[in-house]
Write a protein that binds this ligand. Sequence first.
Ligand code: CP3
Length: 339
Amino acid sequence: MRDDLLRACRAEPVDRVPVWFMRQAGRSLPEYRELRSSHSILDVCRDAELAAEATLQPVRRLGVDAAILFSDIVVPLQGMGVQLDIVPGTGPVIEKPIRELQDVERLRDLEPEDDVPYVLDAIRILRDELEVPLIGFGGAPFTLASYLVEGGPSRSHLHTKTLMFGAPEVWAALMDRLSSSMATYLRAQVRAGAQAIQLFDSWVGHLDPQSYERYVQPWVARIFESLSDLDVPRIYFGIVTGELLVPMAATGADVMGVDWRVPLDVARARVGGLPVQGNLDPSILFAPWDVIEQQTLDVLRRGGGRGHVFNLGHGVLPETDPDVLARVVETVHSWSPGG
Ligand code: CP3
């Protein structure tokens, strides 16, 4: 197996800086759009063969150093009894938003083998096929709570913050349910064969550091702590997290995902030298090639060649040209980590 990803996550020397892209599977690939022309996204997630196929598409086409399981952060919520849909162009929509303690109490603890067997089956299929490590993932409790409480995507996260600041005991009950189910879910993915895991906290950057430390950090720390006996790197990612990187690193994550707003060398200093993942602006992929190349090399230099997993600062945008992604992979691979 090509294990540069795992080596970089442990800050060991690598032959080449490993590269993968968040949302590497998805609408930027014609073969994915073809798959989606006859299946909804949740159909793909709930069918182990289709999910495995969508996972493999970018690995075949782009030459990346890791696969990320094709699924969505809301898939286990369905397993916990939440009625939801993923609406194209919008995102997850929850039928009955969670606003009160009774709503929280209706959430069942996830039992992965019974509730999401297709996720674990997809992982088992993939481990037979893949020559690069497979990354499993889950949503972090704040980001999942935001979908559950708002009922869908939100700009202000108003209902979520109202619950967090106004009913801290209900908030704690919700965080407790979500973090224990995510810990179980991630552990099941590792048992099935995932070789690294990433916790997506996409919307946590809406919080100030004090609120993060008080209302979120303990729960994320509990998830990472519960996985500490498993020998897999634990990656933690959010966007607009420049001011949160210090308390985020204190959760016990092994690798910190960084968006493009903080230069990678600055981010690494903030997280006490922890390995970092990132952080090319996904919009740069629409610039002329010489701009893309310069920016890619700048990220590589700031990453320093060791303890760096090259990625975008957030997911691949659907309009991205896959040939450009493949060229970025080549550029990363031909850069020498030794300087
Ligand atoms: O390649 C990969 O990264 C793997 C698959 C993956 C998906 N969702 C598939 C998907 C992953 C890792 C996710 C995580 C996810 N889902 C996050 C965290 C990462 C991030 O981008 O911040 C979030 C916030 C979600 C919630 C969600 N699901 C959104 C905001 C959307 C987009 C809505 C849209 O149509 O623009 C989805 C849908 C979704 N999940 C798609 C994919 C490939 C898009 C489309 C589709 O096929 O309809």
